[in-house]
Ligand binder design. Structure first.
Ligand SMILES: [Zn+2]
Length: 281
């Protein structure tokens, strides 16, 4: 269930700066209206609180921490049941340098996902939002049947994380189905699929029958891959590292989001395209 989030009831102000701190840091900085240049990774919110010492120490010099700042804010949730309302919640991020339009998202995604019940959307950070699904089935479907995209950008969906600040949430991986056709019969096994999935990224699932063999003419493997790395196009199959004989197999991705044809990435780090240099020739 979604409930693994928010195990801790207490939110304690973390990172006690040892030197000058910033009593006014949080209220001062409002949303900075989107300096949308730059990349998908860095969000404007990051400049908010995590390390206020950088900008404020300059201004507040050697100001000493007040006692209450040193002590921190301790919140022991008296009513953890509130979290129950998030049991079918998920968090999503549109990996695009452009700010997303929440209204467009609310309109497009329920249809793209094929939801059965109404879902509630709430923006919680730059290009980051929470969805409360109306049923467990909808929630499961969205979390397990991606990848998704919105406005030609990857939409990374993950389970609800209620105890993290949006600026610290990580959206760097998606699960994809990959098919390999024309494999030798001996290689159409769960063990092979599992090893291959871990070579590609991190194995999630191999689609096999009761005998642990591929169901159809191709082997289907679900793996977690990085959105910041070029898509892997296939693999040379060898039994040993020193094997001279090797055969190439193509990966066929099922519904891969829009990616860059120059570098093969789904998301550009810092918004910059960085085509790989051909080292094989
Ligand atoms: Zn690129």
């Amino acid at each position: 269930m979604a409930g693994e989030a928010g195990g801790k009831g207490a939110a304690v102000a973390k990172k006690t700066p040892s030197t000058p701190s910033a009593p006014v840091a949080t209220p001062l900085t409002k949303k900075d209206g989107g300096s949308a240049s730059g990349g998908s990774g860095k969000s404007p919110a990051e400049s908010k609180t995590p390390d206020p010492a950088a900008s404020l120490s300059a201004r507040l010099g050697g100001m000493v921490l007040m006692d209450k700042e040193v002590e921190g804010f301790i919140f022991d949730d008296p009513n953890p049941a509130v979290r129950k309302s998030h049991r079918w919640s998920a968090i999503g991020k549109v990996c695009s340098p452009r700010p997303m339009k929440m209204s467009a998202m609310e309109k497009a995604m329920p249809r793209a996902w094929g939801l059965h019940k109404e879902a509630k959307f709430a923006e919680i950070g730059p290009n980051i939002f929470e969805v409360q699904f109306g049923s467990e089935g909808d929630w499961r479907h969205v979390l397990h049947n991606g990848p998704w995209q919105f406005d030609f950008s990857v939409l990374v969906m993950k389970d609800y994380e209620g105890d993290k600040r949006p600026s610290e949430m990580i959206f760097d991986k998606i699960d994809v189905w990959v098919r390999v056709t024309d494999l030798p019969p001996d290689r159409r096994t769960e063990a092979f699929g599992r090893a291959l999935g871990n070579w590609l990224g991190e194995i999630v699932w191999v689609d096999v029958d009761k005998e642990r063999l591929a169901r159809e003419q191709h082997l289907r493997v679900r793996a977690k891959i990085s959105v910041y790395e070029p898509l892997v196009r296939g693999f040379y199959l060898r039994t040993k590292r020193e094997d001279k004989e090797k055969t190439w197999f193509d990966f066929h991705y099922e519904k891969v989001p829009h990616f860059c044809f120059d570098c093969g990435r789904l998301v550009h780090v810092e918004g910059e395209c960085d085509p790989p240099v051909d080292s094989s020739m």
